[in-house]
Design a protein around this ligand. Structure first.
Ligand SMILES: Cc1cc2nc3c(=O)[nH]c(=O)nc-3n(C[C@H](O)[C@H](O)[C@H](O)COP(=O)(O)O)c2cc1C
Length: 334
């Protein structure tokens, strides 16, 4: 095709051909549907750092979040790991909390009631040491008022399989997902571990077993050594690395998984700004979650929301759908 013809073709295309809007003053639509859950905006609080929302309620109006994913809940209370449980790293942190939690019944009685009126969607992160434990939590939560979805943390060790995490193998992933699927009609997200060789094969196994969506990434396994004591720094020896240091790893995995499945993806891992969040959406995420960033900047969700809206408006995109997965096409926006 000659240069003149190309130019003419380009000029004959309207903004609408690219899904763009001519109205730069129109407020972009930030609503998204994540695995059947209608979110007012695509920013969620990731499971763990947000606890059950209490501390953050004093810092900002929880309804500004698209959703809250509460800290992992098991059938019975878990005590967690011995201290030290937290350590700073360059650009991130290591945690070895050990999924300490009050157990399902205490969560329902003492924590859920105040979350119900928070004006945002509530997703419960489910943990277990066996397939039966995951199934028990899912079944008990099915139909409970105020719960909009479940997120299965499959990074937990499978005690019956010698402590190997459920999410490190497609077969055990498929087994836990299909068992839980039978117990609940709630939207079911599966939280993938990055500590695997081929995350796309785990993602496909979860999709085939009935997942409605995938969230990723969980923390990356790591450790530090105390130079004075000459021993591992964390009480549990190993911990999970999170925060800005892991962002490019997480982004790559979101890109790989979004290219491998049809169900929507919730992207997370080191998100620290609207620019980070936009990259996850362009890589294929439907929505994003912030975890560690909340520890040092509680204004992060508001800043991300505003930054995404500004970007869409400046680039005249009417909604998030227009940029979701756009970077999967090597040509990007032509
Ligand atoms: C202190 C802490 C506790 C966490 N607890 C959970 C948990 O209970 N369940 C879970 O699926 N992920 C848990 N995570 C992982 C986060 O949800 C998230 O996947 C990870 O930290 C990467 O995101 P970030 O870099 O924005 O923190 C925890 C992370 C941290 C730092």
């Amino acid at each position: 095709m000659n240069k003149k013809r190309c130019q003419a073709d380009l000029e004959s295309k309207t903004n609408n051909d690219y899904g763009l809007t001519n109205e730069s003053s129109v407020q972009p639509d930030l609503r998204v549907n994540l695995a059947g859950i209608e979110l007012a905006n695509p920013i969620l609080a990731a499971s763990g750092p947000f606890g059950y929302g209490h501390q953050y309620r004093e810092l900002f109006d929880l309804s500004l979040l698209g959703g809250i994913i509460v800290k992992g809940i098991s059938p019975e209370p878990w005590e967690g790991n011995p201290p030290p449980r937290l350590a700073e790293t360059t650009g991130g942190m290591l945690n070895a909390i050990g999924l300490q939690n009050p157990g399902l019944e205490k969560f329902l009685k003492e924590y859920l009631p105040s979350l119900r009126g928070s004006g945002t969607k509530i997703i419960v992160n489910v943990i277990g040491c066996s397939v039966d434990e995951y199934a028990a939590v899912a079944s008990r939560l099915d139909g409970v008022e105020g719960i909009d979805g479940l997120e299965l943390n499959i990074s937990c060790p499978n005690v019956k399989a010698g402590g190997i995490a459920f999410g490190t193998d497609p077969a055990s992933t498929g087994n836990v997902v299909s068992t839980v699927r039978k117990q609940t009609g709630l939207p079911l997200l599966i939280k993938l571990s990055p500590n695997v060789t081929d995350i796309a094969s785990i993602a496909r196994a979860a999709e085939e077993a009935g997942a409605d969506g995938l969230s990723l990434i969980n923390t990356l396994s790591g450790m530090l050594i105390d130079l004075e004591k000459k021993t591992p720094l964390l009480g549990n020896t190993f911990g999970g690395l999170s925060g800005p240091a892991i962002m490019p790893v997480a982004l790559k995995m979101v890109w790989q998984v979004a290219g491998a499945v049809k169900i929507p993806v919730l992207g997370m891992g080191g998100i620290n700004s609207a620019r980070d969040a936009l990259q996850f959406i362009m890589a294929g995420a439907r929505a994003v979650a912030v975890g560690t960033g909340l520890f040092y900047n509680p204004d992060l969700p508001a800043e991300i929301k505003e930054g995404i809206a500004d970007y869409l408006q400046q680039h005249r995109f009417p909604d998030l759908k227009s940029i979701e997965k756009i970077a999967q096409d090597p040509k990007g926006e032509e």
